[in-house]
Design a protein. Structure first.
Length: 308
């Protein structure tokens, strides 16, 4: 009986195709402030060298699925709260970062489906169905070791940004952290030569001796990838929505001084992982959602808005 039990464990270990990788981030991070009052410098980026962020992230995978999870722990930010100051026409926002699931990027290599969960911030969490984009990688004859695995160097561009990665053929899956994939082996390190930051594997389980299920992320709310990009480029639209909710109005009211220009978006995209999307002629060339076109009102001062 003991021999049969040991054989079962051994065969389960050999034929298991589940695995996971834990990554740590390294290099500088950036905080981008948009719509700065100074008309000359409307977007500022702060390099957080004095505050290195060792963000943990995990990639889970099986024979045909992968799920990348990050930003799922933040116990120092208070619950989301919005306070409207009617005297100064401003709104104070306490942004809730407490989200047990965080950001999840799911891929199904059978159906060529990619979708990701945007965690709670100004809005409730929502789901986005992304476009499946192949990356044209160049593989170099350079090698090193990461977490006990021999890795090889490759480089490629994804949505306008160059990435250097290191992958291992010892784990024969074309998966990787974030939205990077498509090499003949698992990606164990990513590096952005422009921003000089990246992610590196620190703990690897493959093949795992235990089974786990990879679930497709689900949320009540959803947006198209184009809607997601537009609202991310114009965050004050979300703030305007909260102001209107406080005022009991249905229309979206936005202060003119807080409108985002194409130059603002271009500057912010410099620090974003995706600089230009496949449908854009230039960074920020994402059309306004149709339902937003009907509800948006731009005013010089909040009291200028006269509801019907």
């Amino acid at each position: 009986m003991a021999l049969i039990y040991l054989f079962f464990l051994f065969s389960n270990y050999i034929f298991s195709q589940n695995g996971y990788v834990e990554y740590n981030s390294y290099g500088p991070t950036y905080s981008v402030e948009s719509n700065v009052k100074n008309k000359i410098d409307r977007v500022k980026a702060y390099k957080l060298d004095s505050m290195p962020v060792k963000t943990m992230s995990f990639l889970y995978f099986n024979k045909f699925e992968s799920s990348y999870q990050t930003n799922f722990q933040n116990n120092q930010i208070p619950d989301k709260e919005f306070k409207l100051n009617s005297k100064t026409n401003t709104i104070n926002i306490s942004n809730s970062g407490i989200d047990s699931l965080g950001q999840i990027i799911y891929r199904n290599f059978k159906t060529k489906e990619i979708k990701f969960r945007v965690m709670e911030s100004i809005t409730d969490a929502y789901l986005v169905e992304d476009n499946w984009l192949e990356i044209n990688w160049t593989i170099f004859d350079e090698y090193k070791e990461i977490a006990g695995y021999k890795v090889q160097k490759a480089g490629g561009y994804f949505r306008g940004r160059k990435y250097i990665v290191w992958f291992t053929r010892e784990i024969p899956y074309s998966y990787g952290p974030w939205k990077l994939f498509g090499l003949p082996g698992l990606i164990l390190e990513t590096y952005d030569p422009k921003l000089k930051n990246g992610k590196r594997a620190v703990n690897i389980c493959y093949p795992c001796t235990f089974d786990f299920e990879i679930e497709t992320p689900k949320e009540k709310n959803s947006r198209t990838i184009e809607e997601h990009v537009y609202y991310r480029d114009h965050p004050h639209l979300l703030i305007a929505k909260k102001i209107n909710e406080k005022l009991g109005q249905d229309r979206l009211v936005l202060l003119k001084e807080n409108t985002t220009t194409s130059e603002d978006i271009k500057q912010k995209r410099i620090y974003a992982p995706e600089i230009q999307y496949e449908w854009e002629k230039f960074p920020g060339d994402t059309p306004k959602p149709e339902k937003l076109e009907k509800n948006l009102i731009i005013v010089d001062k909040l009291e200028d808005f006269k509801p019907n």
